[in-house]
Ligand binder design. Structure first.
Ligand code: ATP
Length: 365
């Protein structure tokens, strides 16, 4: 297996910039998710790594070797578009062995490799069955088998679960991660689905208009979003923003919001008077009668183990995830309390998080 390193990778289609100077490393055995909405440049990035698209500028290294201008076939990468694409007239063994047959590998060796792969995927009992009669899960495993039988240096997957219904998708997310834990293949996985990325990936690159807004572990991206875009894209419901105008000084540990002092992680930068936003995740809000920060209940969504209650404050609509054991009336006044160590401040002009105690040690570019 291999490291993938991309440096200042850029792709222009005429005057349109699809990927803007991306740089990151996927270490040997890591699972990276490229996450973002439609059109943000995920597939273009993946196709450049695969050798299916030439970059306008920048470099791609595979295991330290510069492969930027190597043909796709010379990169030893398996590209999986959609896991269901099987050859219907062949049985399972022939489907899995096909890539090796195309390489001209001797039959005995193909047989051995296919047997090994089938054992790994726990489909060795169906090797002689026709793929057309298989259930969805087994078809998916066969398709995966065909990708891993070659033992490529890495896997590139473009929304491989895109066509599956929600329930089966969840099963496959679990299976793909399990498989990754067993074979530790360096993987780059494109998805627009935050749940898939959070559940499977060791690292996530969140993309927006061709730019990587943040690169980090799922935990870092969730707890310490580098930008308002990331904070809003990740989380369901997403992070709440409460806008206010203020100047901040390095060393400040509170802000004035709706006329109320709110404790925040210590600020590490002086800022001129500017428009700021306090970011708070719904689960870091508590209702407390003693809190002077007041709002009126706007609505609630019962979710069984908890509920999401929308509260209208002076300037914002805030969603709080609170225990399900209390019923709220529309219009009822509640006091809001935030967990101070979990709060993020953003500069609304740049959209970036304001450097603070929260970000001291683990910021990624
Ligand atoms: P999706 O999930 O919809 O595929 P994506 O994030 O993978 O989204 P890309 O397919 O990488 O996005 O496309 C990024 C942008 O580049 C899009 O605006 C797309 O229209 C544009 N683009 C992609 N390929 C080409 C091409 N060959 N010629 C012109 N524009 C292109």
């Amino acid at each position: 297996m291999a490291d993938i390193r991309i440096e200042n990778l850029r792709k222009e289609f005429g005057s349109f910039v699809a990927v803007q100077d991306s740089s990151f490393t996927v270490h040997d055995g890591e699972f990276l998710a490229l996450l973002g909405p439609s059109g943000c440049g995920k597939t273009t990035t993946l196709r450049m790594i695969a050798g299916l698209e030439l970059p306008s500028s920048g470099k791609i290294y595979l295991d330290g070797e510069d492969v930027t201008f190597n043909r796709a076939s010379a990169r030893d990468i398996a590209f999986v578009f959609q896991l269901f694409a099987l050859y219907p007239h062949m049985n399972v063994r022939k489907n899995i062995g096909f890539p090796l047959l195309s390489q001209g590998m001797p039959k005995a060796e193909i047989r051995q490799r296919v047997d090994e792969t089938a054992r790994l995927l726990q489909i060795d009992h169906i090797l002689n069955r026709s793929v057309s009669g298989l259930a969805g899960g087994d078809r998916q495993r066969v398709a995966l088998g065909r990708a891993i039988v070659r033992r490529p240096k890495c896997f590139l997957m473009d929304e491989p679960l895109g066509t599956l219904d929600a329930e089966f998708r969840e099963v496959m997310v679990h299976e793909l991660r399990e498989l990754h834990n067993r074979i530790h293949a360096t993987t780059v996985y494109v998805t627009h689905d935050q749940h898939e990325a959070m559940a499977m990936a060791d690292k996530i690159a969140v993309m927006n208009h061709g730019v990587i807004e943040q690169f980090g572990t799922p935990q870092e991206i969730y707890a310490k979003p580098a930008t308002m875009y990331v904070a809003d894209f990740i989380g369901s419901p997403p992070m709440n923003f409460m806008r206010f105008t203020s100047g901040l000084k390095s060393g400040d540990t509170s802000i004035l919001l709706d006329g109320v002092d709110v404790a925040v992680p210590e600020i590490h930068q002086d800022m001129a008077e500017s428009e700021l936003a306090l970011g708070v995740r719904p689960e870091h809000i508590r209702f407390s009668d003693a809190s002077p920060l007041r709002g009126a209940v706007y609505g609630s969504e019962y979710l069984g183990t908890n509920q999401v209650v929308a509260v209208e404050t002076r300037g914002s609509l805030i969603k709080a995830r609170v225990p399900a054991n209390r019923t709220f009336r529309i219009g009822e006044t509640v006091g809001l309390e935030f967990n101070p160590v979990k709060l993020t401040l953003f500069d609304c002009t740049s959209g970036r998080a304001v450097p603070s105690q929260l970000y001291q040690e683990t910021r990624h570019g």
